[in-house]
Ligand binder design. Sequence first.
Ligand code: FES
Length: 308
Amino acid sequence: MWEYSEKVQEYFYNPKNAGVMENASGIGDVGAISCGDALRLMIKVDPATDTITDARFQTFGCGSAIASSSALTELIIGKTIAEALTLTNQDIADFLGGLPPEKMHCSVMGYEALRAAVANYRGEAWEDDHEEGALVCKCFGVDEGMIERAVRMNGLTTLEQVTHFTKAGGSCATCIEGIEEVLVKTNAAMVAEGLLDAAEAFDPDQAARPVRRPKAGKSPLAIKLEPVSKPKLTNLQRIRLIEEAIEGLRPFLRQDGGDCELIDVEGDRVMVKLSGACVGCQMASITVNGVQERLIEKLGQPLRVIPV
Ligand code: FES
């Protein structure tokens, strides 16, 4: 289970600047719902001063994605474009009092969305609009540029870190060789520029040690990321835990005039009914995703929350 700071929880339950912006000056889209995380950042810019006067976001992702997106909007409103572009993903994480290492990709998504929105505002081509084939990790839509930026900005030197910061390699792991290539190349450049000690640079031969090297066709990350086995729960125990988790979330939803009720559990499918302000709300998918994440953390098992 991940430990979230109080500020992450606050920004998850009460996200600021969520929603659609009419007549945005620039829009940045990163990720894809099919990849599990997507973020749209909309900015309003005063052309006379090049200042970001307003920002809104819509995201499909976990609680830390919501919190990171919300934090990003808070950080950039009132800044000039030039000032905003000096922000790093670490600034977003710091603003939130830190993020679990496995969730740092949410802050990177925010950083990338800002760059995309600014490119859109300036009428520039967004370099992430890559052609098919330019991707390193097809599961999560991550290209070389995004990996390189994350490696440089955060001083990454291992495959596992790259997965935490970009999600690349976190699923089928067929992209591991591609990630290794980018990591080797980027670390080498950082060493040459005096930004990284040569002894710390990623070494694929070191990664060939038993913990990281694929066995019988499996990738090191696939092995590493296998879920830890937990005591098996009876159906009754599972349903009780699901009920408890949902009951714990309802007061927060009610604060905003919404509600969520458990309807049924079939295997790994949890059917819920959203009501009140949650019905038709553009944030409904976020609510469902948040409920799902809470349940997965509580049960330690994969499951899907389905609104019915
Ligand atoms: S292609 Fe990267 S995890 Fe599947």
